[in-house]
Design a protein around this ligand. Structure first.
Ligand SMILES: Cc1cc2nc3c(=O)[nH]c(=O)nc-3n(C[C@H](O)[C@H](O)[C@H](O)COP(=O)(O)OP(=O)(O)OC[C@H]3O[C@@H](n4cnc5c(N)ncnc54)[C@H](O)[C@@H]3O)c2cc1C
Length: 455
């Protein structure tokens, strides 16, 4: 028996949950992520049952010179986690909605669970486009959702964070208690510790006038040019994004969209349906949509707006933030990613920021770049024969829009490991402050929570 195996036995005995090593069925069950282009190969996986299990794993990692990583759903896996101890939080599934307007969710909870628990009270969490994404990974990265221009970033709705910091100590951080930790976890993802539960405000919203208009590839230029102008004058009740799509023929893809170039205009309106219809009218009038799926829906069905794939699938993602999208930028984008450009990407997406997203946050956080105008995301599926074309083409898209790029990126979008990516996620002051906090809360530098190594 090797020392490593013997020492994992010591950790196993201290846990309430299970510990799995390569070759065990539980290891195979817990390691795959959403993005199957990356295979996680940690040295062991701890299936945490409570915060004590998380603390045991973190202390053990420090004592044995290993790194520790965290995963709830695998939607944000960016590295192989070789040699690390992976804390799997899926069993931390407590989800309590308080009718007076807030919720508490364990680190393993996905958004659909909160949506379903909040709906009977006419309340809504600020989830993202895909309800299968985890509450904690999403919220600690800022959290940009389909009604974000009305209600802002999910990370600004956090009331309290329960976390095991890198020194193995369980803590509770609020704006008043441990305020530095409260600042750094919101936007800093796993840089300072492994969150075990979050408490956050809900908003009163039972239904929304929302969905997507899907247009034919031939209408792309007219649709994108109109959208760039129309979206610049929208009130904060409206949140919108646009996607250039090349969806494969698959069971979940509607026939008019399968195997061809189309354009989706997503729209979510938090005012009355009548006023939403009037606001959307100029986009409906650009061309006859192939599918018009904008209507009043229960907020618990908000996943319909983007209709993201539930996965798993292989994905390569790139991102940028933009200052603006003038007509020259639209032309530059369409030259490289329009219907005649032979783009290999499944999706090139622009989300319009602004509205409540650009307001000064109630409590400052480590989330940077909240005042950008657009998020660009390029997503390719690396399968033959286009696999090798995806990375250079994504670089060409970024290069075409470089004159309008801020140089920054959001932590949740196009997440990747490495210093270059970290430098794009945070401004220099925020990175310096996060690094100081990491030295305080993770003195042995054990945390490898995704793209986060700030040191
Ligand atoms: C289909 C899809 C749609 C998406 N839509 C949106 C969107 O609309 N808006 C948006 O903002 N983002 C979106 N994202 C990005 C998503 O928010 C991030 O990938 C997020 O990190 C996923 O969290 P997770 O827990 O589901 O994934 P995981 O892979 O389990 O975790 C990813 C990372 O989150 C952090 N993390 C997770 N759990 C903890 C914890 N307990 N403590 C500390 N850190 C933790 C770590 O850095 C970890 O590496 C989307 C991603 C996908 C795949």
């Amino acid at each position: 028996m090797t020392t490593a195996v013997a020492s994992f036995e010591a950790l196993r005995r201290r846990l309430t949950g299970a510990l799995a090593e390569p070759g065990e069925p539980l290891y195979a069950e817990l390691t795959p992520g959403f993005n199957v282009a990356i295979t996680a190969t940690p040295a062991a996986v701890v299936e945490a049952r409570d915060a004590r299990d998380v603390a045991e794993a973190v202390r053990f990692a420090a004592a044995t010179g290993r790194a520790v990583a965290v995963q709830a759903t695998g939607h944000g896996l960016v590295t192989t986690l070789d040699g690390a101890i992976l804390v799997h939080t899926g069993r931390l599934d407590e989800c309590v909605v308080h009718p007076e307007g807030w919720a508490r969710a364990g680190a393993g909870v996905r958004w659909q669970q909160v949506l379903d628990a909040a709906a009977p009270h006419g309340l809504a969490p600020l989830c993202g486009s895909a309800p299968g994404v985890g509450v904690v990974g999403y919220t600690t990265g800022g959290g940009l959702g389909p009604v974000a221009r009305t209600f802002g970033w999910a990370s600004d709705r956090v009331r309290a964070i329960e976390i095991v910091t890198g020194d193995g100590v369980p803590r509770r951080a609020t704006a008043v208690d441990e305020p530095e930790l409260f600042w750094g976890v919101r936007g800093g993802k796993g840089a300072l510790g492994i969150v075990t539960a979050l408490e956050f405000d809900l908003v009163p919203l039972a239904s929304v006038y929302a969905g997507a208009l899907y247009f034919a590839g031939a209408d792309t230029s007219a649709v994108v040019h109109r959208w760039s102008q129309w979206s610049s004058a929208l009130p904060a009740e409206a949140t919108t994004s646009l996607a250039l799509l090349q969806l494969p023929p698959m069971p979940d893809v509607p026939e008019p969209l399968a195997g061809r170039f189309t354009v989706a205009v997503r729209f979510a309106w938090t005012g009355t349906p009548e006023s939403g219809e009037a606001v959307l009218a100029p986009m409906r009038a650009v061309a006859a949509p192939l599918i018009d799926a904008v209507r009043t829906i229960p907020y618990a069905s908000i996943g319909l707006v983007h209709a993201d794939p539930a996965g798993p699938m292989p994905v390569i993602e790139e991102t940028d933030l933009l200052t603006s999208l003038p007509a020259e930028a639209v032309d530059a984008l369409l030259a490289v990613a329009g219907p005649d450009a032979r783009s290999p990407q499944v999706m090139v997406e622009l989300r319009r920021l602004g509205g409540a997203l650009a307001a000064t946050p109630p409590h400052p956080s480590a989330l940077c770049h909240w005042d950008a105008a657009f998020v660009l995301t390029v997503i390719g599926v690396p399968v033959p024969p286009i696999a090798d074309a995806i990375v250079p083409h994504a670089a060409a898209v970024r290069s075409a829009l470089a004159p309008w790029a801020t140089g920054g990126a959001l932590p949740n979008h196009g997440a990747a490991a490495g210093a270059e990516r970290i430098a794009r996620s945070y401004d220099p002051e925020t990175l310096a402050r996060l690094t100081l906090l990491a030295e305080r809360y993770d003195p042995a530098n054990v945390l490898r929570a995704g793209q986060v190594p700030v040191r």
